[in-house]
Write a protein that binds this ligand. Sequence first.
Ligand code: SF4
Length: 359
Amino acid sequence: MQMPRVPSPRGSIEPKIFTSEELEREAQRLFQSIGQRERWDMRICRAISPLTLEINELKKEKNVFLIAHSYQTPDIVYGVADSVSDSYTLSKAARDAPEETILFSSVRFMAETAKIVSPHKTILHPSPEAGCSLSDGITPEDVIELRKKYPGVPVACYINTTAAVKAECDVCVTSSNYLRICERLPGDRLIFVPDRFMGKHVQKHLLGKKEVIVFDGECEVHAEFTGDKVISWRNRMASHGVDLQVLSHPECDSGVLEESDFVGSSELLMKEAMRLASEGKPDIMLITECGTAERILAESEDEINLLGACVMCRHMKRTQLEDILQALRDPSPEQIIEIDDSVIKRASKSLDEMFRLAE
Ligand code: SF4
């Protein structure tokens, strides 16, 4: 699989001084835990070791729980994170952690979701500029307009939305429960925002039962993949006797999903890839962001051949160790998530409704 290059440091932050023994021990730890010996070699691990050492020290000193989305880079995932998963699981981890301060290494809307579910905690978000084409593609005013145009029709929003958008919707959904929840909404019409691909899957799923009005947003990463590319890879591999297993994320187009052997969230894709490899089916085409591929390569105990090319999310890769260190040392006001109480209250209603309908 074609992987993106290791990001080069951008920050000018001066790391703390450690002894050469401490640095060497830390570099060895990083080298082992990242587990990608060619791309993250000892030279790179030595270069980042002062940063990871100080971050881990500050986490303990300041009692901070550091969570990272699967799409973050391996130095964050394996070097400093206390919990790594998909956005919704991480929000629950933020809520359940005993620490009163959570540092969320990811894009902005995920840190906002953590604040909605744990409003009394301090949520640090090291890269305030890290957005998302889905969450930034819709505003609360867009939802208000849709409600005016289709009065009384329930609005379901994907979790990849800002707190302000969630506050205008009736129910929030994730990539693991969106079909089930949309099916359970009352009435014979519903509005789905903001992902047009997921909206299309809902339309197909509810064909003949409900009319689904879909907003026109998309994830710029998953929009890159097409069903034709999958078919051509499958045929090419089959002609060489390779039984390619195609695993994709539901943010992809229907054409991709139809050609896939398995569709699921990042966590489910990882589990499925590892299950297939353990059963002697190691040739896998993974259709999602590159971070999931990096985690599979680092965590699988069996040999896996990831074929095709992953796509990197530029927003997810904005956060670097320097940003995390700076936010831990002395967060700027922009790095602390603040959301109006009334927005939190209304947005949490749409999350509560999700729990109720997902049961
Ligand atoms: S991968 Fe797509 S949905 Fe996820 S943060 Fe990037 S742009 Fe947004």
